[in-house]
Design a protein around this ligand. Structure first.
Ligand code: ADP
Ligand code: NG1
Ligand code: MG
Length: 478
């Protein structure tokens, strides 16, 4: 059974039911006609959940630290109809590369295991994560017998813009709304973050939080435990450009992501043990910080004292924690190979320094003492330092990402960094209003024009300016 943070559901604003604007109407009509052709029925409502770009605060959410993303225009739409004369879940996708899916008993999805894949999950499993999460919190008498759903999305997938969470969150919202069950945005985000873990990745909750809490015109500082979002007003003259490295990385298809989550947990436990603290209850790096009552800057210094540079072997971690390899494997929550080595110092250092950069980013945005140029320069520097840390300490970049960041800098970006989990995907670069058009054109020339991978692509979909958009919404067809 899923529980929201602190074990209970928290109240708050619910998802807005809005009239579709003109841009949405065209897509909505195409989706409705796909729905009709597959199901010979009219859809009754539509949910829209956006992707996001994280401006700063990478790989810190699952350590308990705040992040600073904004919702983007690209989204996942789901047209939905509840069916009370049939027990099935029927799913279809406008994009034919995602095959239709049918399961004859919707209620059975509660018991499904969704993380048993070798080459990465089928698309519909993300949808099932959201349905499973919803069924766990909707009272039995409200649950629909069956659901028909048609999906269409335009978030570049496997690229760090959170297409997976948009899909999981849309499935959750669709099922909850079809059941006429009321939930606050915060509860939706929390349940959706837990639900996405069924796919096998141990994410921290940033993506689902901004998917529901996003607000047009501001980025958000997202805090966890309890989940809260604070508006961050970005400088008027700043423009953020997303650029795709054209290297995909599906998080659930490899152990890369979960290994970092594990390294952070082990770093926290080893630090706790070395400082004479009870380590079993320590799960996140923020737990050690709170137990030690130290600042983020002090934590970076403590890391340098308590954790050594050469990678830790499994055996050494067992010795420090005074535990057996079997017990360590059990608490690791992800499969661990005993020959695996863990870079505890490097990962923990990244997290504490990146968490501090998020707070600095917000202070710089809010500062009244800086002139416009200084503000942009400082924000750009924070983004660039974040990228260097992801590259060298966290080792989650990709050669194409590093070349793209360099190209963005050479084209005059004030700062540029990998965004999302990495190992491929997108970068976010900051430029100014008056330079954005030239910046995008120059970046196209520098990175994409002579690139084999970019041949035949509509580059507008791979390199584009973005601005903060609203989070999830519900729309009716009439
Ligand atoms: P991201 O960084 O985009 O969140 P993930 O590796 O977490 O990448 O997961 C992306 C997966 O989500 C895709 O491989 C695909 O299975 C699914 N997905 C994303 N967008 C869509 C869509 N429009 N329709 C169907 N499935 C989608
Ligand atoms: P992406 O790249 O969008 O899948 C992942 C995690 C986030 C966060 C970032 C790294 C999920 C669903 N998302 O994002 O929680 O940890 O990596 O900052 O696991
Ligand atoms: Mg994802």
């Amino acid at each position: 059974m899923l529980a929201a943070q602190n074990g209970s559901l928290i109240g708050g604003e619910t998802i807005s039911i809005l009239k579709p604007d003109e841009r949405l109407k065209a897509r909505l009509n195409a989706l409705a006609s796909h729905f009709r052709s597959r199901f010979q029925r009219e859809p009754s409502f539509l949910v829209r959940v956006p992707g996001r770009v994280n401006l700063i605060g990478e790989h810190v959410d699952y350590c308990g630290y705040s992040v600073c993303p904004m919702a983007i225009e690209q989204d996942v739409l789901v047209a939905v109809c509840r069916s009370d004369d049939d027990d099935a879940l029927r799913l279809t996708n406008v994009d034919s590369k995602y095959q239709d899916y049918l399961h004859n008993d919707l209620q059975e999805i509660r018991e499904f295991r969704l993380d048993d894949h070798t080459l990465g999950p089928a698309w519909y499993k993300y949808f099932l994560c959201g349905v499973k999460g919803a069924l766990e919190v909707i009272p039995e008498k409200r649950r629909p017998r069956g659901v028909l759903a048609a999906v269409c999305g335009n978030i570049p997938p496997n690229a760090g813009l959170s297409s997976s969470s948009a899909l999981v969150s849309a499935a959750l919202l669709a099922t909850v709304h079809a059941s006429q069950h009321e939930m606050s945005k915060e509860d939706m985000a929390t349940v959706s973050a837990s639900a996405e873990r069924y796919i096998g990745t141990q994410g921290g909750g940033m993506d689902q939080a901004i998917a529901f809490l996003g607000k047009a015109g501001s980025a958000k500082l997202i805090e966890f435990n309890p989940l809260r979002g604070f508006d961050v007003t970005l400088p008027d003259d700043a423009v953020f450009v997303i650029a795709h490295s054209l290297a995909d990385h599906n998080k659930a298809a490899t152990n890369d992501f979960n290994t970092r989550v594990l390294e952070c947990r082990l770093a926290a436990q080893v630090m706790a043990r070395r400082r004479g603290l009870e380590w079993h209850s320590v799960q996140k790096l923020i737990d050690v910080q709170q137990l030690l009552g130290a600042s983020l800057e002090e934590m970076a210094a403590i890391v340098s004292r308590e954790l050594h540079e050469p990678p830790y072997e499994h055996k050494e971690i067992c010795q420090i924690l005074d535990t057996t390899p079997e017990e360590l494997n059990r608490i690791s929550k992800v499969p661990v190979d005993t020959t695996q080595k863990f870079k505890l110092r490097q990962r923990a250092l990244h997290v504490f320094e990146e968490a501090a950069r998020v707070l600095s980013f917000r202070s710089v945005c809010e500062s009244k003492d800086l002139d416009a140029a200084d503000r942009l320069r400082q924000l750009g520097n924070l983004m660039s330092s974040s990228h260097s840390s992801l590259q060298s300490l966290y080792e989650c970049s990709h050669p194409r990402i590093d070349v793209l960041v360099e190209a963005a800098n050479a084209c005059g970006a004030l700062g540029a960094r990998l965004t999302g989990a990495g190992w491929g995907g997108c970068v976010v670069a900051m430029t100014t209003n008056d330079r954005v058009e030239d910046f995008v054109e120059n970046l196209k020339k520098k990175f994409y024009h002579n690139d084999e991978c970019a041949k035949g692509l509509d580059l507008m979909r791979y390199v584009f300016p973005t601005e903060p958009k609203n989070g999830a919404s519900i729309h009716y067809f009439q």
